[in-house]
Design a protein around this ligand. Structure first.
Ligand code: SAH
Length: 516
């Protein structure tokens, strides 16, 4: 047996019903610190982005009949990982304790002496009820609610579900029942529920493809069959379903829209979150990734003579991160910067500097070279030393303008952008299915690198047919030159402004939302 290491453990975490915002804070924290994540088919894939970059992510599926064998293997994998000293998160859809086999897994961990805990989650019944506006209990209509499975383990002793008792209890919520819906309804009717009992079938609750079907119990199976409702769905039956929201929910503006985010992974979060908040389904497929510069020597040399610089210019959030990380790694005191004015090209870059406790000089009105030269004004005397830590390859307008004023400018690479293949297969499939409504570009280099991700001319053509949302005029020009139609451009070149402009895009209101 391999030598046991200490510190290993397993947390059995509920991922919630589908909306990545519906995991608990503790669940997310554990995910962010995990060394290994074993996840089920129903777990929202976006959540996996909360794991740290080096974490091992392992799908352990769990469909139909193969599951039994798989279960013992999963147990063994969990135990082995924990014994190797890893912090393991076992991520399960909804709540781990409801039809989630947590009993088997926790039992196996206990038997193996592996420390473990269960972190609850929002189960499908609760999410579905909330989505449909149904209170599961009600002072006058139902004082109890039953959660049951419509898909019984065939090996369990016969008739373990007492439908009669269930039907009399109040509200009934059935999981895993789509394929057997007709039989389930028949049993409920035989057990004494009236055919006119209000019922709701809620599919993919809280996901972008959520749908809700409300009908009398006697008719709901036929309606579901005709509408082609596929799993996952829960059936809610009982008087409380009368209170289901009549009018369609006030839909968030981007509901049913799929939007492609091409920013580097480190930068995508805030932008994607704004789009998701507005109801969009966001596909992240970075055009580029960040890597360390080919050599640290120029930056290190600049860091050694920091007190000589009078001006320090940052042109991106990423440059700020790379610069201060290196400063820290070289154990250089922040006070070495005390004589430099810090200039930033945009508000997000300035916020990144200020978050480190340093004040930024006034922001330029124009986020371009001309604007920076203007605000530096008299500080740009001949011989003024200026440091610009930035990407290895970048535009040179700024440097030329500064040198023209006599400044001594050191431009040092703090990071490098490299092409990223992440998410390409997924996006290709979505392009071929015609399901992408908008592609977003937040810099010229993302436009060109993004097109390069697709090898086949047909896929590139499909991509160019998707309307583009761009951050500003330079990116717009590159996008047009690359064959895109620019459909959205905000007046201010910032991420929040771009997100707002996307939400307000007039074309959205002219076409019907696909989700309805
Ligand atoms: N542990 C999970 C249930 C796993 S069993 C939980 O607590 O939710 C899988 C069943 O859950 C599916 O067949 C379906 O009935 C239900 N389900 C899971 N996610 C759902 C969703 N987003 N909307 C509706 N039903 C869902």
């Amino acid at each position: 047996m391999p030598r046991r290491r200490t510190g290993g453990r397993v947390d059995l975490v509920g991922a919630g019903p589908g909306d990545p915002g519906l995991i608990t804070v503790r669940g997310r924290d554990l995910l962010a610190r995990a060394d290994s994540v074993f996840y089920d088919a129903l777990v929202p894939i976006e959540l996996l982005r909360a794991a740290r970059p080096g974490a091992r992510l392992m799908p352990v599926g769990g469909e139909g009949g193969r599951r039994r064998i798989l279960q013992e293997r999963v147990n063994r994998m969990l135990i082995r990982a924990a014994r190797a000293g890893r912090r393991v998160v076992r991520l399960k859809g909804g709540d781990p304790g409801l039809f989630g086999r947590v009993g088997e897994e926790a039992g196996a961990l206990a038997a193996a002496g592996v420390p473990h805990a269960i972190v609850p989650g929002v189960t499908a019944a609760l999410a579905a009820a909330a989505a449909a506006g149904i209170p599961l209990t009600h002072r006058r209509m139902a004082s109890a609610v039953v959660f049951a499975t419509g898909h019984e383990d065939p090996s369990k002793s016969a008739a373990s579900l007492d439908w009669r008792a269930m039907a009399g209890a109040g509200t009934v919520v059935l999981y895993m029942g789509v394929s057997r819906l007709e039989a389930i309804v028949r049993e409920l009717l035989r057990a004494g529920l009236a055919a006119r009992t209000p019922a709701a079938l809620v599919r993919a609750a809280t996901r972008h493809d959520e749908s809700i079907l409300v009908a009398p119990l006697g008719r709901i199976a036929g309606r579901a069959r005709r509408a082609g409702v596929r799993p996952p769905a829960v059936l809610i039956a009982g008087e409380v379903v009368r209170l289901a929201r009549r009018s369609p929910r006030s839909q968030p503006p981007l509901r049913g829209r799929t939007i492609l985010v091409t920013r580097a992974r480190e930068q995508a979060d805030a932008f994607s979150a704004l789009l998701r908040e507005a109801g969009a389904r966001v596909l992240e497929s970075p055009a580029i990734a960040f890597a360390p510069p080919r050599s640290w020597a120029p930056l290190d040399a600049a860091l050694r003579r920091l007190p000589d610089y009078r001006v320090l210019i940052f042109t991106s959030v990423n440059g700020v991160g790379a610069f201060f990380d290196r400063l820290c790694a070289r154990r250089i005191d922040l006070r070495a910067l005390h004589r430099a004015d810090i200039i930033c090209i945009g508000p997000a870059t300035a916020a990144a500097v200020e978050a480190r406790g340093l004040r930024v000089a006034r922001l330029p009105e124009e986020f371009r070279a001309e604007g920076i030269v203007k605000i530096l004004g008299p500080r740009l005397a001949p011989g003024t030393r200026v440091l610009i830590p930035r990407a290895e390859v970048a535009r040179d307008l700024l440097i030329r303008a500064l040198r023209k004023r006599g400044a001594t400018v050191d431009v040092v690479p703090a990071y490098r952008t490299i092409p990223s293949g992440e998410g390409t297969a997924e996006v290709t499939a979505e392009l071929r299915a015609g399901s992408i409504d908008l592609v977003t570009f937040t810099s010229s280099s993302t436009v060109t690198h993004f097109i390069d991700k697709f090898r086949l001319a047909g896929d590139r053509r499909r991509l160019r047919r998707v309307p583009a949302a761009v951050i500003g005029p330079i990116t717009a020009a590159t996008a047009r030159r690359s064959g895109f139609r620019v459909a959205v451009m905000p007046r201010d070149s910032t991420i929040p402004a771009l997100a707002r402009a996307i939400v307000r895009r007039p074309a959205w209101s002219r076409t019907d939302s696909r989700a309805l």
